[in-house]
Ligand binder design. Sequence first.
Ligand code: ZN
Length: 305
Amino acid sequence: MIAGIETGGTKVICAVAETSAPGNIIERIRIPTTSPAETLGTVRSFLDRHAARGTLDAVGLAAFGPVIVDSSSPSYGWITSTPKPGWRNTDVPRALGLGDTVPLQVVTDVTGAAIGEQRAGAGAGFRNVAYVTVGTGIGAGFASDGLPFLTRSHPEMGHQLLRRFPGDDFPGICPFHGDCAEGLASGPAVLGRWGRPGELLDASARAEAVPVLAYYLAQLLAAVTYAVAPDRIILGGGVLRIAGLLDAVRSQLSHLVGGALDAHPLTRPDSGYVCSPALGDQAGVQGALFLARDLVETRSPLTAA
Ligand code: ZN
């Protein structure tokens, strides 16, 4: 048996599957992210219950960051300098009771989602896929041939600095930078600007919000495109529930990049280059299960070295 865990900023999803069938989830739980002790204690109980009925062969963990993803580090799997109350310097593997006996693969939540979507969702059939989520925070993950990009740390594209929308004087909500992408266009930024979550904006607030958010998110996707040149960008998260935002981002991206990438699919807004997730909020946990299955075969976690 294998387990996949996605620890997100607002919820944790945990699932188990037979080792031979990672795409076929046997049981899944979804719990709110509260304190590390309460949240990870519930996940540990779930894992213990299943482990008691058989062997837990490996675990995939797709965690919100910053998280140590270098498997050679003594702090592998620790959540580090997060502004999330109570979670700074949390030893997640220890809190889950994994010890040294259960192989563990750690990636970020968005990397897990990129892998899930590439192997079984909207990125299927494409070699290089980016997954960008715009919700409680903004993050980007990348999958190449079903595997994460392996570097010393992990991407932090939510903190990309952007050009301002003309006349926008909102200070931004990022505790580190104020007006980075996350500070200007995440769910909490929408709440701070317009007083309610994106999906609850009325028509006039929406008419104001969509061009501003599209301007910022298109710049972020332009940076992803220029830096990584993926075949597909999967764009998800709660903020994308704002009616008309996805199309506005596609159009703005095409406008922004324009002639710099002549004949690139993104220069046609209807090309599908920027698309919605197919697995919804299950992408991260599904990616974690695929990585756990890989780990049973390779026996040691992926490493950047
Ligand atoms: Zn920032």
